[in-house]
Design a protein around this ligand. Structure first.
Ligand SMILES: Cc1cc2nc3c(=O)[nH]c(=O)nc-3n(C[C@H](O)[C@H](O)[C@H](O)COP(=O)(O)OP(=O)(O)OC[C@H]3O[C@@H](n4cnc5c(N)ncnc54)[C@H](O)[C@@H]3O)c2cc1C
Length: 537
């Protein structure tokens, strides 16, 4: 057990009201002002703002309550406990692996801390195509500023690790700008294991910021409790039907009926639309669960003579938007480049190939460097995202076709990353594509990648950025939710999470959720007759 202070254990000792799993059975019925489903980026911000505004708040979270004392920097413990489907969630055709959190703090407990405001071009697209007139850069700026102040989003002044330095060095040789990434950390030890939960509480995730603030203000928290269904009459939600679940999310005996004046759905993209689909809420324009985006993420790996040790140090600290800014937002799919952390299990399961060649590559793990490209989906008509559907047991699955337009972006991203890696001095580069060779020069890679067949399932695609499915819009027929987050048909239901985005962001999404939800929660507190508080400042 670590001797570092653990804010969760301390809060529990102070008398936080937590139920579920080891914290005791759920009551059969409970009534509150606001029930919040999910405790991630959207749920955490909402919980702090509404409970500090004086409303009685209940947070309901499907995953467990874990904290720094449990976080041992081990993938084998983190994935089954803290991630949806043990980090093995996949799209319907299994072509894309999806990483999402499932624990108190949601994905923010396991995310990599990169913090970007919503790009101006994305906001302008929403204003133009989704009638979100008040979503200009200036209107959003004060809300981002509050979230940044509350979560200590600040410049990261430590030298980038060797994995990120390759991006900086190679891009500089090609005349491409690589700014530094801002991070939401305080007193960070530069360990690099953010994806397994922060063992020092430096990451300013919801687990150590807004959720504790809400609990200190009197909010209640149910853990390992899934909201299975909303009971409604087509106009308002009357009750939430909850089931206790075990660590694998399998339902256990017992249950709880929650009654609330207002319900805030913050289960994250995929799970939020799935709950609404399971509950058969009104969907007159057949929009629910559609336009779900992933920033389909593809990678190239490179071998260097020197050791890279990409598992150590701040995961992502350098980026370039060169390949977003040099093309029209609704043209061929653009991409943001970053360097991801190289955790052994994720690396091994994402590498191309199998058998002896794969063994040989993995034996070079300390010398391996990886670049990733986040593809900006949702802007081109032939990159329309995916659709959330329900399996027979009511669990969600995302059907996401990798269209030719998206695959064209994948090829261009592989080429761009290989060129940068060779410019930085790589000895060889491989696209994470089943048929890719270990190219020994940029000329060889250019010809090799150009000749690859980008057919379905040929290339490794992952996503840690799930967005959309309950999109905001200024007009009913264009979206699932109103610009203030309220569901267009159910008057006491709001959605406050990444599922609100009408397109992908084109940048890592956490700060976009924090800023947007700060604004929505301020408005909701007022609508509920409470005195709205600021998140900061
Ligand atoms: C490994 C990883 C790395 C990432 N790195 C970055 C990064 O560096 N920068 C960045 O900007 N973004 C990053 N992200 C993405 C970012 O963390 C997410 O976009 C953001 O947290 C999503 O917020 P959300 O509120 O929509 O959902 P989440 O934060 O995922 O929270 C949703 C919560 O709701 C719970 N829930 C769902 N359904 C139910 C239900 N029916 N009943 C009860 N509870 C339910 C879930 O268990 C979950 O805890 C990363 C994500 C991952 C997984």
């Amino acid at each position: 057990m670590s001797s570092l202070p653990d804010p969760i254990q301390e809060g529990l000792k102070r008398g936080w009201k937590v139920r579920g799993a080891e914290f005791g059975a759920l009551p059969p019925e409970i009534t509150v002002d606001v029930a919040i489903i999910g405790s991630g980026a959207g749920g955490g911000i909402t919980a702090e703002m509404l409970s500090r505004a004086g409303l009685s708040v209940l947070i309901i979270e499907e995953g467990p309550l874990r904290s720094s004392s449990h976080f041992k920097q081990r993938e084998s413990e983190a994935y089954p406990q803290l991630y949806q489907e043990s980090a093995g969630r996949k799209t319907a055709d299994k072509a894309i692996t999806i990483l999402q959190g499932r624990c108190v703090g949601g994905s923010t407990t396991v995310n990599w801390t990169s913090s970007f405001r919503t790009p101006p071009s994305t906001l302008a697209f929403w204003q133009q195509h989704f009638e979100l007139k008040d979503f200009g850069v200036e209107q959003m700026a004060p809300w981002f500023a509050q979230a940044e102040a509350r979560l200590n989003v600040s410049d990261w002044l430590t030298e980038p690790n060797a994995n990120n330095s390759v991006l900086e060095r190679g891009a500089a040789k090609l005349g491409i700008k690589t700014p530094h990434i801002r991070r939401n950390v305080k007193g960070c030890w530069n360990l690099g294991s953010c994806g397994m939960g922060c063992p020092t509480n430096a990451k300013q995730s919801m687990l150590v910021t807004t959720v504790p603030a809400a609990l200190d203000a009197g909010a209640q928290l149910f853990v390992q409790t899934r909201v299975q269904r909303l009971q409604h009459d087509g106009k308002t939600v009357q009750a939430l039907h909850c089931v206790p679940v075990d660590l694998s999310s399998a339902a256990q005996s017992g249950g709880c009926v929650v009654k609330a004046r207002h319900v805030v759905l913050a289960g994250g993209a995929i799970n939020s639309p799935a709950l609404l689909l399971r509950s058969q809420v009104p969907d007159p324009h057949s929009l629910l669960g559609r336009r779900t985006f992933l920033h389909p993420t593809v990678a190239t790996s490179a071998l260097f003579a020197e050791r890279i040790e990409g598992w150590a140090g701040a995961p992502q600290s350098i980026y370039t938007d060169h390949y977003l800014e040099t093309q029209a937002i609704d043209g061929p799919v653009g991409f943001k480049l970053e360097a991801p952390p190289l955790y052994p299990t994720i690396l091994a399961t994402t590498m191309a190939g199998y058998g002896r060649p794969m063994l040989e590559q993995l034996s070079q793990y300390p010398h391996t460097q990886v670049l990733l490209a986040l593809l900006r989906d949702g802007f081109h008509p032939e990159a329309p995202g995916g659709r959330v559907q329900l399996r027979g047991d009511g669990s969600p699955v995302l059907d996401y076709p990798l269209t030719a337009t998206v695959m064209d972006g994948v090829r261009r991203a592989h080429l761009a990353m290989a060129e940068i890696q060779f410019a930085a001095g790589a000895r060889s580069v491989q696209a994470l594509h089943e048929d890719s060779g270990q190219y020994k020069s940029w000329a060889e890679a250019k010809a090799g990648i150009a000749a690859l067949d980008y057919r379905p399932l040929s290339t490794r695609v992952v996503s840690a950025h799930v967005m959309g499915g309950c999109n905001l819009a200024g007009r009913e027929g264009l979206g699932v939710c109103r610009p203030d987050g309220q569901h267009w048909q159910l008057s006491n239901l709001s959605v406050h999470d990444g599922s609100l985005f009408p397109t992908s962001i084109g940048a890592n999404p956490q700060l976009s959720i924090y800023g947007l939800v700060t604004r929505l929660s301020h408005g909701l507190a007022n609508r509920l007759g409470a005195k709205a508080v600021n998140l900061a400042g």
